[in-house]
Write a protein that binds this ligand. Sequence first.
Ligand code: ATP
Length: 440
Amino acid sequence: MAMLDVSALLERRLSPGYWSLLARVSEAAADAGVRAYLVGGSVRDMLLGSAPAEMDLAIAGGPDDTLDSLAARLGGAVRSASQFGTAMIESSGILFDVVRTRRESYSRPGALPTVEFTSSIEEDLPRRDFTMNAVAVSLDRDSWGALLDPFDGRRDLEAKQVRVLHPRSFVDDPTRILRAARYAARLGFGFEDETARLLTDGLGYLGAVSGDRIRRELERIFAEDRVAAILELAEERGLPRAIHPALTLGGPLAARLGDGAAPSPAALLAALAFHASDAARDGLAQRMRLVSDWAQAVRGVGKVKARFGPLSRAELDASDLYALMADVHDGAAEACALATDDDCIHQRIQRFRRDLRGVRPILDGRDVMALGVPAGSPVGEMLHALLNARLDGLVSSGEDEKRFVRQRLGAASSTPPSHTRHSTATIAADSKYPPIGGHP
Ligand code: ATP
């Protein structure tokens, strides 16, 4: 196995806090009779010349409670752990991931792997996704800083390409297809030729992966800075469709992702399902076993699209916009704003989300009753009218609102029988501002 001393790199790239943590891990591992390694993304990032964003460690050897005793030796604590030999440990204010070295095998494409612990890092690295991640740095006292790079990940980093470790990689675990697109677009890499071919061949296996696992990888994509580039690459390679036929990156979505705050993950998924039918979106929600926010965002898209006619009317008061959007899940609203190619609708939905959704009258039910509005439904009607008046800029201060209420009460009490009511009210008495508290 190629061995290169990268101890100088460790010292240069790691923050002093990270570096001294590794030094302490090295001591603790020696005391416990196990071997410790920095692995995966943190090594990759250092080799690429950047400071690793997080620390991933692997521990080879030791009994089942090895990670607990390591945490104790570090004077730290295990924050979360799984029965699969993975843990999150906190020590000196640093949170890091630790795994016990393992071998993995797959019973069928897309299934969760069968895990078997091994006491050697050499047996652990081959289970990893890409050559650039199948790298480790020894933290052993005797070989501190030795780089283990059995698949020549450094060569691929230099060639700026994502390469799988073996031809069955995407079949064993098709979520690696999503990971490949994420890394390629994040790092500005291409796919090595054979990997590109295997990726295309593997698309059909994405259907075999559980909704939960797909969702987890999508969340990772949605959390990336370069999400638009990742989705564009994914679309180019046919990934969204392969996950579910409802998904496609179309219209101005990618361009809009660059603007403003990052959308919620639920909204992003719903935006990718914007062009599908209601039935297809429903199928997607079931396929991905979406719950709560994600399900409501995806399922809510149809409701918003059904209102695109009125939403694009030339004249639309703020209160009209509010009435069209108030019962819509925010993720669905955001999704439609992102995905629509109608700029006017985009602006209006964003205006609703930004400026209107949270608007409330200053007066409450008690206040309007004190002004003479009879208890019962007239209170709700008056508050609704007040809200509309506020949305449309007819009132701003609390005094304005009181005046508005008194005026409406006055209008109502002087309202003639219903068939002529509309012609005489002091404030336009259409459906938005009906007379309130008057006689039937
Ligand atoms: P980064 O994106 O910076 O690599 P990450 O948090 O996405 O970080 P993780 O998903 O935590 O990376 O994975 C950590 C390491 O575990 C990876 O570097 C990779 O070697 C390995 N790994 C993760 N998922 C898989 C997978 N599906 N198949 C094989 N190896 C994986």
